[in-house]
Ligand binder design. Sequence first.
Ligand code: NAG
Ligand code: NAG
Ligand code: NAG
Ligand code: NAG
Ligand code: NAG
Ligand code: NAG
Ligand code: NAG
Length: 924
Amino acid sequence: MCPSKKQARLAIPILTLLTLLLLCYGVGNVHCSTIHENRVDLQALLDFKHGVMDPSGALSNWTLNSHFCRWNGVECTTTPPFRVHGLQLTGQSLSGQISSSLGDLTFLNYLDLSNNNFVGPLPLLGRLQQLQILYLYNNNLSEIIPDDLTNCSNLTALGLSSNLLVGSIPPKLGLLANLVYLNLRSNQLEGSIPGELGQLKLTTLILGDNRLSGEIPKAFFRLFSLQHLSLEFNMLGKALPSNIGELLPNLKELTLENNMFEGPIPASLGNNALGLQMIDLSSNNFTGQIPTSLGKLSNLTFLNLQYNQLVARNNQDWEFLNSLRNCRSLESLSLAYNELQGSLPPSIGNLSTSLRKLLLGGNSLSGQVPQSIGKLSALSWLGLGNNNFIGTTEGWIENLKNLQRLFLKWNNFAGPIPYSISNLTQLAILDLRGNEFDGPIPASLGNLSRLQQLYLSNNNLQGAIPPNFGNIQGLTLLDLSHNNLQGAIPPIPSEFSNLPQLTELRLSSNRIFGEIPTNLSECQELSVIELDQNILTGSIPLSLGNLATLNILNLSHNNFSGFIPTTLSSLELLAHLDLSYNHLQGEIPINGVFANATAVSLNGNWGLCGGVKDLHMPSCPAVSRSIELKLYLTILLILIFGFVSFVMSVYVILLKKKKSRRPYLILRSFGKKFPRVSYKDLAQARGNFSESNLIGRGSYGSVYRGKLTQAKKQVAVKVFDLGMKFADRSFISECEALGIIRHRNLLPILTSCSTIDNRGNDFKALIYEFMHNGSLDTWLHQKRYSVSAKLLGLAQRISIAIDIANALVYLHHDCERRIVHCDLKPTNILLDDNMNACIGDFGIANLLGYSSSSSSVAVTGTVGYIPPEYAQSVHASTSGDVYSFGIVLLEMLIGKQPTDSMFEGELNIVRFVEKLPRSNVTYH
Ligand SMILES: *[C@@H]1O[C@H](CO)[C@@H](O)[C@H](O)[C@H]1NC(C)=O
Ligand SMILES: *[C@@H]1O[C@H](CO)[C@@H](O)[C@H](O)[C@H]1NC(C)=O
Ligand SMILES: *[C@@H]1O[C@H](CO)[C@@H](O)[C@H](O)[C@H]1NC(C)=O
Ligand SMILES: *[C@@H]1O[C@H](CO)[C@@H](O)[C@H](O)[C@H]1NC(C)=O
Ligand SMILES: *[C@@H]1O[C@H](CO)[C@@H](O)[C@H](O)[C@H]1NC(C)=O
Ligand SMILES: *[C@@H]1O[C@H](CO)[C@@H](O)[C@H](O)[C@H]1NC(C)=O
Ligand SMILES: *[C@@H]1O[C@H](CO)[C@@H](O)[C@H](O)[C@H]1NC(C)=O
């Protein structure tokens, strides 16, 4: 049966109603989204989302699966038609441009997209008649503020600060009749402040940190309701109206710092704007006296008048200080850098007991600091620097127990630094520079555990640096320069290794002696080291090259000797290096800071040579000429005084020149752990140890030549013959020796290998750099080796002798442990591409001082080279090596081996040379 027409007519409205009801219900539901009545808002939001980059997924639930009223940050009206009422997406890392589609959200009341990374122009929102709050601050929005914005006639709060907006402030903003809050701080707005703003009912006006210029418009002072006026960091100028307090009686905050205001501080501020809590007029050109009326501001917490030209010459001028005692809430007062003169009135002690910051530096205050200042026991920051105060700090300082920063610099305070200063346990910065404090530095300063910066420079302090400074964990800056301090830099590690944050160490111009502690480099944050004008000695520690953040290094006018560590050239941040007037020698590095002649000062070091051209230093000869000359003379001496004196003299001369020897180069910086190489690598590297790659047989095994494929490096591999007695011990001995030594004249070991070979036997090998010019032996005795004629010239022989002597001096005297080589002979002396000699084969080296390994081992050098005493099983000694060195020298000069068949019976190489007719010595 069909429904009647009447029924049908009734059914249609009911159905419509049901649909509507469903729709309305659907707002809170999932299914309604496709049939939005308010499509406009949906489309506007989707368009907005489309233009936005959303790395943190803030808009991830902005999908058609749910009604937009439930999207993140969207708030809708509570009644139909459920339009977007608010959009708040602050601090969501959103970037991209803000679409002007938001201008279609005509029900929008507030829009907050602050603290994101939006760029581009401000969106056009002129149609948002209901918009009251617009916060787009702290983005990167650019271009001008569009006039269009001024159509949002309901706006009450406009926050566009911290963007990149340019152009001028639109005068039409004056049409926003409801505006009470306007913040355009930190943009790039130019021009003058439009007087039209004076038509508004603003309570807050913040235009600071722009490029605004001109005067404050007169109309402005109609802003009767204004509570907060911030115009700081602009170029605004001229005098303030004297009745500013009457015109703006509701002011609570007035910040005009860093402008070009001049004239007097209007007394009306104190007389009329009684609610003022914060006044900042600093860094302007205000003149005249400080009005006593400021004392009426009972709610004043912050008063900053520093950097003006305010005067106080007599008691009347100083009266303001007395009146400020009524500001019982005052927490911060700065009058620094004005023209206040005379002595500080004792009424200073009557200031608010809440005062935490008092800055009076940079005036012309004189006389003693009134003891009453000690009543300001809440002070955490006291600045009295750059005045003419005299007397001591005794009597008041110990009462300021909450002080965190104390600046007394550049006055005439005298007497000892009071012991009681160590009662100021909160101190973080103590600056007593430029006074006449004398006596020792109280060790009790080391108990100030919160200290970060300690300046005691330019006083008359004496005695030593207290060693307990190292206990101050957080110390970042220590400046003790220009005093009469004596003694060594306190030893490390007990002291400075505890200073992990130290960035500046200044000890210039004292009488500090001794060496730089090598562990200074454990203060890894150091960027400034100034130790100039002291009497420091020793060499510049290589470890300074570990200070990656080093920016300034000044070691000038000391007695440093030795060479310039090449490690300094790897410091990328090093911009100033002054090593002038020391006794440094050797070649100047050419890279890093040394490449810039203006950044480096090396004058007054007579032993330096080389370096980049702009340094205008003498170039370095291949062998230093003076050394060559001395050796030449020495060799002549042999011929005159005979063999014994010769050997002893070379050794002794080189020992004496220990400090001035040619630079050691760190050839590589592997630690005690060597890089790993497998047996397979090695076997491959030298053709499975075939005879064709054999380049010699050492004391305990064979030496092969090869190439490491990975490192593409020619190497020599010494394979220990573990069948031989002591070979195992020899491997360990050599590893130990080479593990601790590094010298340009010692054969560099690349790595070691201790494993099982492919037949299951123990396999031990050492891998060295390959020396292309073979051993000294092959050069001295070519007939034995069927190689083409090579001749060593006298200069080369001398250079090789010096290299060997250098290596021995290092082994005997400069090493961590004294090492006796025990087997010095030409086959163990290898020559690199440039004919530099390196001593190799430490297989039987004796590490004097290692109790375990060596002392009982019978010395087993090579006959002919070992001293006669060794035959009586005397323990290995450095003198033994020197004897061997002497034999090698003779061999180099006369070309005969000590084992030559001609030496038999009583005749040995030493006697032979002794008996030679003086004129007959020729070199081979
Ligand atoms: C979308 O995310 C916001 C914030 O996480 C959450 O409050 C809201 O309930 C989510 N909406 C939906 C439909 O999941
Ligand atoms: C603005 O851009 C600059 C560089 O273009 C960037 O360093 C800064 O972090 C950005 N600021 C914001 C709030 O996105
Ligand atoms: C401003 O908002 C109020 C309600 O907040 C509203 O009554 C008034 O109509 C709005 N003004 C305009 C021009 O829309
Ligand atoms: C203050 O005035 C002097 C001249 O009277 C001028 O040289 C100086 O630049 C001014 N300083 C400021 C901050 O306006
Ligand atoms: C000072 O502050 C108090 C508390 O905020 C307030 O009640 C009082 O009215 C203020 N005084 C003046 C003079 O504005
Ligand atoms: C300083 O502190 C010590 C103990 O920490 C105390 O004995 C001494 O009285 C204090 N001195 C002053 C002046 O407060
Ligand atoms: C060289 O050093 C000076 C002084 O430190 C510095 O001003 C200059 O920029 C440096 N020049 C170069 C090319 O680094």
